[in-house]
Design a protein around this ligand. Structure first.
Ligand code: SF4
Length: 250
């Protein structure tokens, strides 16, 4: 059986309900209800040269997917980790790192930034206009059109990078989530096409069949499709093995 045939074997693992995990995670890692001080859990801040030609990153705790290849799974999946940070604290740290490294790009990574809506929006609002905020997201919560409209109306709207986690065939095995989450990701891409936000879609080709990739290319302009490189850390290999994905030859 070749790789393409193995990908087509389909997803038959028990998958979780993404809405339940999303709601539970939000209660664990966001304190968005505090009017002036929306808090979120973070585990580190850093500047890295190798992405986007240099970018400052706040690495967050908490995600609503469980991707087998997740490089940050040791923190993203464990909401008890990390420490609470207010918007003011985060913006101060990010801007200090940016100034020290002559950098004008900022992102939150290592988890799902959209889970804490008020915290995220307030951070973007507080950044000076010459900074670019890159919203790296799985996009599931952006199926809410009001969320996208709120991002569109910001003085300095973010650039959105949607990471489509796998094609339909392998989606549940890769992310652990039911196909509702996959459909939500596609729905967000469709909404973004009609928004004023700039965006692209990142995929790891190993987790898509050729036909699934062609489908995405038909949905968005090919220049918007980014092929991301899979980094197989030892713990990633172990998670792939546990999900029965070693037969993909990764
Ligand atoms: S969406 Fe991103 S942070 Fe969440 S589990 Fe998948 S790879 Fe990890």
């Amino acid at each position: 059986m070749n790789i393409e045939e193995r990908k087509n074997q389909g997803a038959d693992i028990e998958s979780f309900d993404n809405v339940t995990l999303t709601n539970k995670t939000i209660t664990q890692i966001c304190k968005d209800d505090l009017t002036n001080e929306p808090l979120r859990k973070y585990y580190r801040f850093r500047y890295s040269k190798q992405f986007y030609g240099g970018i400052v990153t706040g690495d967050i705790v908490g995600c609503n997917l469980r991707c087998a290849y997740c490089w940050s799974q040791k923190t993203a999946w464990y909401p008890q980790k990390g420490s609470w940070q207010s918007v003011d604290q985060v913006v101060k740290i990010l801007l200090n790192l940016a100034n020290n490294n002559h950098c004008e790009k900022i992102r939150l990574s290592g988890g799902e930034p959209t889970l804490c809506r008020k915290h995220l929006i307030t951070i973007i609002q507080q950044l000076p206009d010459h900074f670019s905020f890159i919203l790296e997201t799985n996009g599931i919560l952006l199926t809410n059109k009001e969320y996208i409209q709120e991002l569109e109306t910001l003085t300095n709207p973010p650039y959105v990078r949607i990471s489509l986690k796998a094609g339909q065939t392998l989606y549940s095995r890769i992310t652990g989530a039911s196909l509702e989450a996959y459909r939500a990701q596609l729905q967000t891409i469709k909404i973004l096409k009609h928004s004023s936000l700039q965006f692209n879609v990142a995929i790891i080709a190993e987790f898509f069949t050729s036909e699934e990739i062609r489908k995405i290319e038909r949905l968005i302009a090919p220049k918007r499709l980014e092929r991301e490189q899979l980094i197989v850390y030892p713990f990633v290999r172990e998670t792939l093995r546990k999900r029965g994905l070693e037969s993909l030859g990764i």
